[in-house]
Write a protein that binds this ligand. Structure first.
Ligand code: PEP
Ligand code: MG
Length: 904
């Protein structure tokens, strides 16, 4: 097995297509070599090696040794240096690189190869002992932390990591010498520090820091592999849905130094603005700095150029101003890369004594707004075609585009209590929390929160995810938190330098404003402003670019998208979002919500009726209420299908529970409260979800179905007579046998004939169908299709009944199932394709066998989930139906599926 791929000197064994094997970073380093860009030579140890390493219980595969040594020889030849050589030593970095970018989630070791044997050679070569000793103390700190402590799973006695201990030792040393900055440390100081660091490492970890360059290198490679299973990497994978089995590659690359003095630097840039999508080169850099200094968010970096200047960095010099030659070279590389990749890229570079090197390029993470703007711009620039433009916006990013923004009219009159950098767009409002744990707790308690932190830290991913928005005192636009937040479309303001957080007191101060944990603040992540209190927000869908993008989406979409709506208002809203009909109108919703008092009272009266005659009389009173909503909804959806579902929930749900409400009801009905209690007791079920609900109600009380069906046909008849084109569909819920459908069909036919006779119409266009939400109905779908002209998969109940997980009670165990990887995702959010999906696939197939033109749809919550939409497309379903706000997401997901999987 080939485990090692080399790159460097305009040649590489891999290329950009090898992401699965070489990881994104390795594949792109290879590609940049093919493009002739200045990439320091090195080699990539494959992801397959990582998985084999774990499969063999943390042992490197046998073949790796010789392959690695050979690759190292090649790197040495290209760079003209030798690893471990006393005169002309090569130093390397060991960096992780998974298939999908996981910014800051895994570990890196730099300056590998510095030892007592190579240090003198490095000093002689560079003539810069200070730089060499500084690099050495950095290596000890990083190596002790990543390789010796984390990767080996060593716990320090005091529970404080070695890195913190060494950092403190560094601070104490500076204090002792009365130095203010790291740069005040002399070569001698740094040498002394390095020696004391090594003693401390031995003391704390019980093993010496390795002085053999080869041992360092193997330690570095192993530690990067192990960081794949580190806590933050695992959390990030859970959130992003990245499989554990992928593993990471390790890139071993010749070191180039951005910290060799004032003609050296390091930086990060985006070929276009990742927050807005503007076609301007965008980046940050630091003079005389190494590796992670820019993304660590500790120093406020300099702007790359004028386009990158903002309130925080405008006093700092740009690369364009300070090193115009290098800036031009970098701008040319920007053009080469965009032309080659036809996308916005995120690049890392280092300048070593006036020479530019490219360390990384990858397709850059971007906000939803930026994704939309770039897709439309690149289409106009003829860099990409329409299909590609559609694919460039992830369905989930629409969520962010549809997200509220601060009402600009109100914002005009507000003064921010602090300003920072606009790192993630939109607006967010919530209570202040200061730790990731508090953010998670707040999320669980349904209290939207803003995570306020000193600086950005990849350890906080779960808290960042849980928070509505993130506000930090330090860090730049390319800091890890900014990157992660942008990837999620989360509102984020970073580098608000005036913020002073007092964790112990749980307060934050900015100017004269002092706020406590629990106080409400509002962020504008598009501007980088933070305001006290909750501020009003508005919808962002009016944007004409968004509208033309969606028109293009529909051009490529082949599967229908409907909505779940139960009121004329929701129906109209969903129609404005592009819904092509209603896939689920839950008729019981007229008994909840606005203006429901009277119908609910009548329903309760009906439920408590003691005879059929009494029940029919009350149903007669209820009839106008039913008809009003049904007719108005058909009208709002004129020309489009509306699926009305017959009454579904167990009747017991509608009986008032509190004593006071029961007394009121008894009084209104003129009966004794005891009677209510008796009836309620009789209706009580120990397992109501599997009790007297759905079609079973209509079997026991056919008059209920009859009234609903009459309301539907009469509404349609009246609309037809008014020149409209209603398209009602009658749907029977919770069925498990075709005879339930036959029973209901008879009622439908009788009422239909009746309404035709009284209206004088010859026909009312309609369909009759059933939900498929009980496994038995799926198993016998061919029989069901004998009556049903359409199936709508109720994947909420179908998931509940297939797993045997109560949909209302998963809170107690679902997290444990996810944590222990018993299931990969919440099946109530995304269809369980391997189990529930199998039932859907089978029912669809059996339904089509009997009725080739059967309409097939899904109306469970998963209907708005992009992965589920794609699954439905692959099964050839006619439509998906989801809540109004998710309609645009489903439209994009359906278009992506059609483009990726061909027309169906
Ligand atoms: C379903 O079960 O998927 C469904 C849409 O119906 P409800 O959620 O109303 O039970
Ligand atoms: Mg259901």
């Amino acid at each position: 097995m080939k485990y090692v791929y080399t790159f460097g000197g305009k040649h590489a064994e891999g290329n950009a297509k090898d992401k699965n094997l070489l990881g994104g970073k390795g594949a792109n380093l290879a590609e940049m070599c093919h493009l002739g860009l200045p990439v320091p030579a090195g080699f990539t140890v494959t992801t397959a090696c990582c998985t084999d390493y774990f499969a063999q219980g943390g042992q490197f595969p046998r073949e790796l040794q010789s392959q690695m040594l050979e690759a190292l020889r090649k790197t040495e030849a290209t760079m003209g240096m030798k690893y471990g050589d006393p005169q002309n030593p090569l130093l390397v970095s060991c960096r992780s690189g998974a298939r999908k970018s996981m910014p800051g989630m895994m570990d890196t070791v730099l300056n590998v190869g510095l030892s007592s044997a190579t240090i003198p050679g490095m000093i002689a070569k560079t003539g810069n002992p200070r730089f060499v000793w500084d690099s050495y103390r950095r290596l000890i700190m990083m190596y002790a932390d990543v390789v010796m402590e984390k990767a080996e799973g060593r716990e320090l006695a005091k529970g404080i990591g070695i890195r913190r201990l060494l950092d403190t030792a560094l601070d104490e040393y500076k204090h002792l010498k009365e130095y203010r900055h790291d740069t005040d440390l002399t070569a001698e100081n740094l040498e002394e520090l390095a020696e004391s660091f090594k003693r401390r490492v031995l003391e704390e970890l019980g093993v010496p820091f390795p002085d053999d360059p080869m041992e360092q290198l193997w330690g570095g490679i192993g530690a990067v592999f192990k960081s794949w299973n580190g806590k933050k990497a695992v959390s990030y994978r859970r959130i992003e849905g990245i499989p554990d089995a992928w593993g990471t590659a390790v890139n071993v690359q010749a070191m180039v130094f951005g910290n060799m003095g004032d003609t050296s630097a390091t930086g990060v840039a985006f070929t276009r603005n990742p927050a807005t999508g503007d076609n301007t080169f965008y980046g940050e850099w630091l003079i005389n700095a190494q590796g992670e200094d820019v993304v660590a968010g500790i120093r406020t970096p300099n702007p790359l150029n004028d386009d990158t200047k903002n309130a925080q960095n405008e006093h700092l010099q740009s690369l364009q101003e300070l090193m115009p030659g290098i800036y031009t070279q970098l701008s040319d590389i920007r053009a080469i890369l965009e032309k080659h990749y036809t996308d916005m890229l995120d690049i890392e570079f280092t300048i070593q004594e006036g020479t530019l090197y490219m360390l990384q390029c990858r397709v850059g993470k971007r906000t939803g707004t930026a994704a939309l703007n770039m897709a439309m711009d690149m289409l106009q620039e003829k860099i990409i075609d329409e299909k590609e433009a559609v694919l460039r916006v992830e369905p989930a990013q629409l969520d962010e585009l549809l997200h509220p923004i601060l009402d600009p009219k109100v914002e005009k009159g507000l003064t921010p209590f602090v300003k920072g950098l606009p790192a993630g767009p939109g607006a967010a409002s919530g209570v202040i929390v200061f730790t990731a744990e508090d953010a998670v707790a707040s999320f669980r308690a349904n209290r939207p929160c803003i995570l306020v932190r000193e600086e950005t830290n990849p350890e906080d991913v779960e808290g960042m995810r849980a928070a509505e928005g993130i506000l930090t005192a330090r860090g730049g636009m390319t800091s890890h938190a900014a990157l992660v937040a942008r990837g999620w479309g989360k509102c984020c303001v970073v580098g608000a330098g005036d913020l002073h957080i007092n964790l112990a007191a749980q307060t934050v101060k900015a100017g004269h404003t002092v706020l406590n944990a629990g106080d409400v603040v509002t962020l504008n992540g598009t501007k980088g402003h933070a305001y006290v209190g909750h501020q009003p927000m508005i919808d962002a869908t009016e944007n004409p670019r968004f509208q033309s993008f969606m028109t293009m989406v529909d051009k490529y979409r082949t599967m229908g998208v409907r909505t779940n709506a139960d009121t004329p208002v929701d129906a109209a809203l969903a129609r404005s979002f592009g819904a092509e009909g209603i896939g689920l109108f839950r008729t019981e919703h007229m008994f909840y919500g606005k203006e429901s008092a009277e119908p609910l009272f009548l329903l309760r009266k009906m439920i408590l009726s003691s005879s059929t005659a009494e029940r029919k009389a009350v149903l007669g009173q209820l009839f106008p209420f039913m008809k009003k909503d049904i007719k108005a909804t058909l009208e709002a959806m004129d020309g489009l299908p509306v699926t009305f579902r017959l009454l579904d929930p167990p009747l017991h749900e509608f009986i008032p529970h509190s004593q006071g409400n029961r007394e009121d009801l008894a009084k209104a009905l003129g009966i004794d409260i005891k009677e209510i209690e008796k009836r309620s007791e009789a209706l009580k079920e120990s397992n109501p979800m599997m009790g007297h609900r759905g079609v079973r109600l209509g079997i026991t009380y056919p008059e209920i179905s009859e009234t609903q069906i009459r309301a539907i046909f009469e509404s349609a008849a009246e609309l037809i007579q008014a020149g409209r084109s209603p398209m009602p569909e009658i749907m029977v819920p919770v069925t498990c046998d075709v005879r339930e459908l036959e029973f209901t069909q008879k009622i439908i036919q009788t009422v239909y004939a009746d309404v035709l006779a009284t209206s004088g119409l010859k026909a009312i266009k309609h369909r009759v169908g059933t939900m498929i939400e009980i496994p038995r109905a799926a198993l016998l779908a061919d029989q069901m299709a004998g009556i049903a002209e359409f199936f709508s998969f109720g994947t909420n109940d179908l998931t509940q009944m297939t797993f045997g997980f109560s949909r209302d009670d998963t809170g107690g165990f679902l997290n444990d199932y996810l944590k222990n990887r018993i299931i990969d995702a919440d099946p109530f959010q995304t269809i369980d394709q391997s189990g529930v999906g199998l039932l859907i696939e089978m029912a669809a197939r059996k339904g089509r066998q009997v009725r080739p033109d059967i309409k097939l749809g899904i109306c469970g919550e998963q209907g708005g989930d992009p992965a589920s939409v794609e699954f439905c497309f692959r099964l050839g379903l006619t439509y998906v139906s989801c809540s109004p706000y998710r309609v645009p997401i489903a439209r994009v997901a359906a278009a992506h599926a059609a483009i990726r999987h061909g027309k169906k």
